[in-house]
Write a protein that binds this ligand. Structure first.
Ligand SMILES: [Zn+2]
Length: 276
C-alpha cells in the first residue's frame, strides 16, 4: 500500500493559548522580541528570557496568553540593533528555522504588536483606543477595532499531469509557485480564484476544490488553498504581477517553495497523488 502523504501540519499542530485576558502564571515568562519585521533568535529559538532592553526602546507589548504554563508576550522594539551576538532574523527566514507550531506563535505575536502600534487612535474620530479583551475600543466614540485578517486565495491549477507555475517579480531567484491573490470587498473566495487566475495568466478554470489554509503574516493575511482544473485559454501573463508562467510536468518541476508553505505542501501532495 502506498504511504500516505503527511497532513498539512497546521491542521494538527496549532498552538493553544489558555486565558488570553490576564497573566496569572508564576512559572516565568516567555517573550518573543521583534524589531521592524525581524525576530530575535537565540539558539534557533524565539524564547528570549533574561534579556533586558531599555523601556524607551519598547514601542509595543502584547500579552498573548498562557502557553505551556508560561505567560507569553510579544514585544516590539526600535533602535536596539547592533550587538553582534543578537541574531535578528527576517520573518520570511524564521519560517525555515522554527517548528510550524512555534512559527504560528510568532506569526500571531508579530501581527498583534503591529496592530497595537497601528491602532493607537480611532480611524473614525481620531480618539484614543484602549485595549478591551480581543479588541481596542475608542474612548471617545466607542468604535471597536479588531486585529485585521485579510483573506487571500492560493490555487494549484492542473491540466492532466501538468500544473501551472508562475514567478512574481519579488520572488527569490529561480523560484516558481502557484498563483495567489487577495479577495476584494464583496467577493467570494471562489469568485476571487476565477478572477485572479484569469487576470494573472489569462486562463479559465473549473472544479474548484478547497484544500487547506495558512496564516501568512505579510502583513496579516490568511491564505485559503484551492485546487482548480484548467478548462481553457492560452497563458497570457499580466506583466505587473507575473514575470513568467508556464505548464510543468508534475515529474519535472523547477525550484518550488518549501514544505513550510502551503504552496510547497500542495504541490508535493499533488506529486505524491499522481505517483511522481
Ligand atoms: Zn472613535
Amino acid at each position: 500500500m502506498r504511504k500516505k502523504f503527511p497532513d498539512w501540519t497546521l491542521s494538527r499542530e496549532q498552538p493553544i493559548f489558555e486565558n488570553q485576558q490576564n497573566p496569572n502564571c508564576h512559572q516565568g515568562n516567555c517573550c518573543m522580541i521583534f524589531q521592524e519585521r525581524d525576530l530575535l533568535l537565540q539558539n534557533r529559538s524565539f524564547v528570549s528570557s533574561g534579556l533586558l532592553f531599555p523601556e524607551r526602546n519598547v514601542i509595543a507589548r502584547e500579552f498573548l496568553g498562557i502557553y505551556e504554563n508560561r505567560n507569553c508576550y510579544a514585544v516590539l522594539l526600535q533602535g536596539c540593533k547592533g550587538s553582534a551576538d543578537e541574531a535578528w532574523t527576517p520573518m520570511r527566514e524564521v519560517r525555515e528555522v522554527l517548528s510550524i507550531k512555534n512559527y504560528a506563535l510568532v506569526s500571531r505575536g508579530l501581527q498583534l504588536v503591529e496592530w497595537t502600534i497601528c491602532q493607537k487612535h480611532c480611524g473614525r474620530c481620531g480618539g484614543v483606543n484602549q485595549r478591551n479583551g480581543a479588541a481596542r475600543v475608542c474612548v471617545t466614540c466607542g468604535k471597536e477595532h479588531f486585529p485585521p485578517v485579510a483573506p487571500s486565495m492560493i490555487v494549484l491549477v492542473y491540466d492532466g499531469q501538468r500544473i501551472l507555475l508562475a514567478r512574481s517579480p519579488g520572488y527569490p531567484k529561480d523560484l516558481y509557485s502557484i498563483l495567489s491573490g487577495f479577495i476584494e470587498p464583496g467577493e467570494s473566495v471562489e469568485q476571487c480564484v476565477h478572477r485572479e487566475v484569469f487576470e494573472e495568466v489569462g486562463v479559465k478554470i473549473s472544479n474548484l476544490e478547497y484544500v487547506a489554509s495558512q496564516p501568512w503574516p505579510f502583513p496579516h493575511s490568511l491564505m485559503l488553498g484551492y485546487l482548480a482544473q484548467y478548462s481553457g485559454g492560452k497563458i497570457k501573463t499580466d506583466p505587473e504581477e507575473i514575470e513568467d508562467a508556464d505548464w510543468y510536468s508534475i515529474n519535472k518541476l523547477p525550484l518550488i517553495p518549501s514544505m513550510t508553505t502551503i504552496a510547497g505542501w500542495m504541490i508535493r501532495r499533488r506529486q505524491h497523488d499522481w505517483g511522481g
